[in-house]
Design a protein around this ligand. Structure first.
Ligand SMILES: Nc1ncnc2c1ncn2[C@@H]1O[C@H](COP(=O)(O)OP(=O)(O)OP(=O)(O)O)[C@@H](O)[C@H]1O
Ligand SMILES: [Mg+2]
Length: 233
């Protein structure tokens, strides 16, 4: 990260292959692009085109077989799994479509737990939870458990948790997959707004063209996993 807190994620020739019995499946083939703070990027493409594979690599949850991904000066392929975990805690929020809220904790406690990794003062944790639950219009439900929320509310709680961490990179894999059109647009709007302060980079995968239209640009992966087509939203 540069001194001004801005971030650049540079992918060069990134490939990921999986062994499948006697065959090798190329999930991503030579992906090259640069993502910057202030951008919201939608990753689209047919099922199996490598969207989740790409996001997993960008979130330092996986290792590329070829190519490099730099997050600022850090080359993700050079990190140990412990360093990957540390990088995610400090710089990358990853959000899947299942949202992974712990069922026995309230929304408030779920966010508090995520922030406890960050060595923040308790008052600051409380401030961030209030601010971000208000931002997603969920403060009224802060003390409910995930099972007592609608799926749209759960999605917003997970977004509030990601925003409260204030990591410079937010990666979301189909965050609106289980939502109706209205909730999906609401989530898309919140994600786009998160990058609009210029200090955050938001990258999300989606099958929904309406959700993708909230991004500044779209990276479309092709089903044959060759080089991506580029286009603007
Ligand atoms: N762990 C794995 N082992 C073997 N093959 C895998 C693995 N993960 C993904 N693949 C294969 O890699 C390709 C890309 O998968 P990926 O999940 O990235 O696609 P996707 O674009 O996210 O699809 P969807 O829209 O259905 O979520 C697919 O052919 C998939 O079967
Ligand atoms: Mg996927």
């Amino acid at each position: 990260m540069s001194d001004d807190g801005l971030i650049e994620v540079r992918c060069k020739g990134v490939s990921r292959r999986y062994a499948d019995g006697t065959r090798t499946i190329t999930a991503l083939d030579g992906f090259t692009d640069t993502f910057r703070s202030g951008e919201t990027v939608a990753v689209t493409g047919p099922s199996g085109s490598g969207k989740s594979t790409l996001l997993g690599l960008l979130a330092a949850l996986d290792y590329a077989d070829d190519g490099t991904i730099h997050l600022g000066e850090t080359e993700l392929g050079s990190l140990s799994t412990v360093e990957q975990t540390q990088l995610r805690a400090e710089r990358i929020s990853y959000l899947g479509s299942e949202h992974n809220l712990l069922p026995i904790l309230s929304v408030y406690e779920n966010i508090s737990l995520a922030l406890s990794l960050k060595r923040l003062a308790e008052a600051e944790i409380d401030r961030r939870i209030r601010e971000n639950l208000r931002r997603v219009d969920l403060w009224d439900l802060a003390y409910r458990r995930p099972a007592e929320l609608s799926s749209g509310e759960r999605a917003r709680a997970a977004i509030a948790r990601a925003l409260a961490s204030d990591n410079p990179v937010l990666i979301a894999d189909e965050p609106t997959a289980h939502l109706d059109a209205e909730d999906a647009e609401r989530i898309a709007r919140l994600l786009a707004a998160a990058a609009s302060d210029g200090r955050h980079l938001v990258i999300f995968a989606t099958h929904d063209p309406v959700v993708a239209s909230y991004a500044d640009r779209t990276v479309r992966l092709r089903s044959d996993a060759r080089s991506p087509e580029r286009g603007s939203a």
